[in-house]
Design a protein around this ligand. Structure first.
Ligand code: HEC
Length: 141
């Protein structure tokens, strides 16, 4: 086998090993999903627990897994048989897998410097105006 081929094979193996081991963390993977799909209701001024930051979300991690697996959250009352709605807030298959894997791997925080910038921007907006809610959120909040 030529050196070039060997080199390419080892690169490939290295790559596979890295991908398989990529750890799911709150900061790197989960915060962005919570921000997009959950925090409109789950913020500090609401009845539901806050999912705005790791410290608030971590204690509820088992309930979060249940709610996601059973598709109880985000709440969505349209009949799936009626077709797809453009404003359907449901989690995609990969989003719900990311959340369940995160819980199964111990719900780690990861590196806070990897938190999506949007999260802090949104938080500033909510603190300035706590009643802010989306149309769907308004039904519930
Ligand atoms: C439209 C508003 C809304 C959205 C969006 C939403 N939730 Fe909720 N959630 C609620 C309310 C209200 C409750 C409390 C009442 C209840 O349990 O139904 C709740 C309760 C929960 C609970 C407590 C246990 C349970 O199942 O009742 C968990 C865990 C939870 N939500 C996780 C999530 C996650 C994770 C997301 C995003 C993927 C999300 N929620 C999105 C409104 C929402």
């Amino acid at each position: 086998m030529s050196k070039g081929v060997l080199f390419r094979i080892s690169l490939w193996i290295l790559c596979l090993a890295c991908c398989a081991n990529a750890e799911i963390t709150y900061s790197h993977d989960v915060a962005a999903i919570f921000y997009q799909k959950c925090t409109v209701c789950h913020h500090p001024d609401d009845v539901a627990m806050s999912l705005m930051d790791y410290k608030s979300a971590r204690p509820g991690f088992r309930a979060i897994r249940q709610a996601v697996l059973l598709k109880r959250m985000p709440p969505w009352f349209a009949d799936p048989g009626t077709g797809h709605f453009s404003n359907d807030p449901s989690l995609s298959e990969s989003e719900s897998q990311t959340i369940t894997r995160w819980v199964d791997e111990g719900a780690k925080e990861g590196n806070p410097s990897e938190l999506p910038q949007l999260l802090s921007t949104w938080m500033v907006g909510v603190l300035a105006n706590p009643t802010r809610c989306s149309t769907l959120g308004r039904i519930m909040c």
